[in-house]
Write a new protein. Structure first.
Length: 261
């Protein structure tokens, strides 16, 4: 991971409203960098954009050579004319970051109604699929099936809010997916809220990447198991988190990266 990406994660990206925290932003960077090193090509996709924080992270990390598809209802904040303000703010964030949104790579609609070809026809087989859409069981079931059908052989699926007690059905949905497809898929990394999944043929590669990544050295890494598969768990030490939040809230956003060195 280069210094430019870390600066983007801890500075420019923080101006976009959203929820991806430093541990997961750095995991995204680590995995995408590994894929690029290995020549593992493919598109990227995200279900659940909000105002684009993790989407623009993917755009920055993937570079201009990879297509990134955004999928969302974009139905938040309707203005006086009935136009959704969420989409307008999403576009504004992209313009401000120097990552203008390609309207041809945006699907404004219900992800559970999509077919795999709706995605692959735009970006090809997907090497990194982030799922942060509806948080009820039927949403997770539909979105995970869609991601699986679009995934490149070396692809990664990232489930958000897996262990968030506010959304217990996400945990059930992810567990159901892994149990149903345990012959082909397994989790290889977990953070506080996200679970990272790949095909079993790539499990050892991605797990070792997480274990050895210098860019993740600030986090406590422990081995655990999830549904019978070895998983690397990343823990955000409270002292680092407190320092990061203090610097960020004190107007030192540009220096907050130092809390995670």
């Amino acid at each position: 991971m280069n210094g430019e990406s870390r600066k983007f994660i801890f500075d420019a990206l923080q101006a976009v409203e959203g929820y991806i925290d430093p541990p997961d932003a750095l995991v995204f960077s680590t995995l995408l960098h590994k894929q690029q090193q290995d020549g593992a090509i493919g598109g990227l996709a995200e279900i659940g954009i909000y105002y684009g924080r993790s989407y623009f992270l993917l755009r920055h990390l993937a570079g201009p050579e990879s297509k990134v598809l955004a999928i969302d209802l974009f139905d938040l904040e309707g203005d006086e004319h009935g136009a959704p303000g969420q989409y307008r703010r999403f576009l504004e964030n992209g313009a401000r970051l120097g990552l203008p949104v390609d309207h041809q790579l945006v699907i404004r609609g219900d992800s559970t109604a999509l077919r795999p070809c709706d995605i692959t026809s735009r970006v090809g087989p997907v090497r990194f699929f982030s799922i942060d859409g509806g948080h009820h069981l039927h949403h997770v079931a539909a979105d995970s099936a869609l991601a699986m059908a679009c995934l490149a052989d070396h692809g990664v699926i990232v489930f958000d809010d897996t262990f968030n007690p506010a959304w217990p059905e996400v945990t059930v949905g992810v567990a159901d997916f892994l149990r149903t497809h345990q012959d082909r898929f397994a989790a290889f990394c977990m953070t506080k809220y996200k679970t990272y999944v790949c095909r079993r043929t790539f499990h050892a590669t991605y797990a070792e990447t997480i274990r050895q990544a210098p860019g993740l050295s600030a986090f406590e890494r422990t081995d655990t198991t999830f549904l019978g598969s070895p998983v690397v768990r990343l823990h955000d030490p409270i002292r680092r988190r407190m320092l990061y939040e203090l610097m960020r809230r004190s107007g030192m956003r540009g220096l907050s990266e130092r809390a995670y060195r």
